[in-house]
Design a protein around this ligand. Structure first.
Ligand SMILES: [Fe+2]
Length: 312
């Protein structure tokens, strides 16, 4: 499960002071000194019970004229800072089952009961309320090819809540959680770590009854790239090295063909568990194997100590 970061920090500071601390020591979750600095910065912000309410009121005053930071997140998430170095700050609102937004939109809208890992690490703090709950699992990312229906070795760790003042480090491609709505509306604060290399890692959804992968949750530009390349290829010839391309009739315009290609390459995995791996399944595994081989063949150099497996 996410690493719990103990903290007895009692002082409080505002958003600007928090960002200043993160500017002075950029947040890198695998670096213990940086993680310690981030934990103090976030805990002090979490100790400030007024800053978020004040910020939201100010944003409401000028809401029709903009003023907030635009993001791809839904209304549940409030982006508190732009990217600074390789991290940014975010707040998340977690409605309980009694909230009207929950009743209107349902649990899926807030990712409750949708087991998933993350392809990024983040440090989180309970800011307000009893906190969302989670059933936590761990798994070995490198052993998973990632096709839909693939049964994984998920190891249940425990169910716990993110109560006020609690700090947890979610580790990329290791911790899985299935979230539960809190008893009452709750808020968490996050330092999100953005590692460009992690964009090439998959984020998976899981089915906890079968321990199977339900899909890749972060389609990347790779799928678009495939579609464009295949559309180009469709105007010439439809034979790939493994002969699979010949199965897709090159009829109609390049656009229609590219949509077929994108659906084949980037769409949900339709192959049932246990069936012969498809082109995509094989490519998922080959991609991981290539990454692992590249890492092991890379010139030896000093690496930061990994935080994985400590402090549970
Ligand atoms: Fe999550």
């Amino acid at each position: 499960m996410p690493r719990i970061i103990p903290s007895d920090e009692t002082s409080a500071h505002g958003l600007e002071d928090c960002l200043e601390m993160l500017d002075s020591v950029p947040f890198e979750p695998e670096d213990e000194d940086s993680l310690g600095n981030g934990a103090v910065a976030l805990k002090r912000l979490a100790n400030n019970s007024h800053f978020l309410g004040d910020l939201l009121i100010e944003q409401l005053k000028v809401g029709h004229r903009g003023g907030g930071i635009e993001s791809a997140y839904g209304p549940q998430s409030i982006v508190l800072s732009r990217m600074r170095g390789r991290s940014f700050l975010r707040a998340n609102i977690w409605p309980s089952e009694q909230e009207s937004c929950f009743r209107a939109s349902g649990s899926d809208a807030f990712v409750y009961g949708v087991p998933h890992d993350h392809n990024f690490s983040f440090l989180t703090a309970g800011y307000f309320g009893p906190g969302y709950g989670s059933d936590y699992y761990e798994y070995d990312y490198e052993s998973v090819a990632g096709y839909r229906g693939e049964v994984c070795d998920l190891r249940f760790v425990e169910r716990t809540h993110l109560e006020e003042g609690k700090l947890m480090l979610y580790r990329a491609n290791l911790d899985i959680h299935s979230q539960l709505p809190p008893e009452n509306m709750s808020v968490s604060l996050n330092i999100m770590h953005i590692d460009p290399a992690k964009a090439w890692s998959d984020q998976y959804g899981f089915d906890l009854d079968s321990n199977a992968v339900t899909g890749v949750l972060n389609p990347t530009s790779t799928e678009c790239s495939c579609a464009v390349r295949w559309a180009w290829a469709a105007t010439r010839r439809w034979t790939l090295p493994n002969g699979r391309g010949a199965n897709i009739p090159a009829t109609g315009s390049g656009w229609r063909v590219s949509r077929r290609a994108a659906g084949w390459c980037g769409g949900p995995h339709a192959t049932p568990c246990g069936a012969k791996p498809s082109y995509r399944e094989a490519s998922c595994l080959q991609r991981k194997q290539r990454r692992s081989a590249a890492r092991s063949n890379a010139p030896t150099r000093a690496r930061r100590p990994s935080s994985r497996g400590k402090g549970r």
